[in-house]
Design a binder for this molecule. Structure first.
Ligand code: PGA
Length: 245
């Protein structure tokens, strides 16, 4: 079972380092059989990577640029992230799509750049409230997954289903009914199988916390969780791990 924690822009450099050292001192977390990965800010990335080296916790980037190197002020490329020790990268997170205007074409470029760099991309997909009201959920998810057309059959990647409206902070923060999650994950799994024969883990995200986490992880189609806010404090992160142990 995967537990991925996206720190977004919630935590500063010092706060991130304090949280990571608390996590590393926790016997519960050290003894956990979960596949845990942290996604700190780009600023804190290298410090976190150093702290997590030779531990059972992996580190990923929240975003990368698809071009390897050059005059792209403010960006970090997939190749640079891999060189700095990243294992994973989030691509197509709803905040990147909807706040920073990333199109499916941009997300596709990032996905393939990440694969080329040897990173494992976590392709985030999810419908907005407008999609829901316009009966376009299936259309939206299929469109977001269509960037997998042409993916190398050996490529290893993951999917995160995150209904945009369910995300705390940027969405309504209203959790998705687990029955709906199961239906969506099953549909996503079916669609992904049209592009690859690989087993693709599918994570769920959107207002997951220690109280509701098991209602998602006990679903047959859920391979793990991508949390935002609940991963950003030691107590809530520990509570998540305890709930999943
Ligand atoms: P949340 O964020 O857990 O704060 O809702 C999830 C995400 O955006 O990955």
């Amino acid at each position: 079972m995967y537990l991925f924690a996206n720190y977004k822009m919630y935590l500063g450099f010092a706060e991130t380092n304090i949280l990571v050292s608390q996590l590393l001192q926790s016997e519960t977390i050290q003894g956990s059989h979960l596949d845990i990965a942290l996604f700190p800010s780009a600023l804190a990335f290298s410090e976190v990577e150093k702290a997590l080296r030779d531990t059972n916790i992996a580190v990923g980037m929240q975003h990368v640029h698809h071009i390897p190197t050059g005059a792209y002020t403010g960006e970090v490329s997939a190749i640079q992230a891999a060189e700095a020790g990243a294992a994973y990268v989030l691509v197509g997170h709803s905040e990147r799509r909807h706040i920073f205007g990333e199109s499916d074409t941009a997300v596709k470029a990032q996905l393939y750049a990440a694969l080329d760099a040897g990173l494992t991309p976590v392709l985030c997909v999810g419908e907005t409230t407008d999609d829901l009201n316009a009966n376009k959920v299936e259309y939206r998810i299929k469109k977001q997954l269509s960037i997998l057309d042409g993916v190398n059959p050996e490529a290893s990647f993951m999917i995160a289903y995150e209904p945009v409206w369910a995300i705390s902070g940027s969405g309504t923060g209203q959790a998705c009914d687990p029955k709906e999650t199961e239906l969506m994950h099953t549909a996503i799994r079916r669609e992904v199988a049209t592009y690859t024969a690989q087993t693709v883990p599918i994570l769920y995200g959107g207002s997951v916390n220690s109280e509701n986490v098991v209602s998602y992880t006990s679903l047959p189609s859920v391979d793990g969780i991508l949390v935002g806010h609940a991963g950003t404090s030691y107590d809530s992160c520990l509570a998540l791990v305890e709930a999943l142990s």
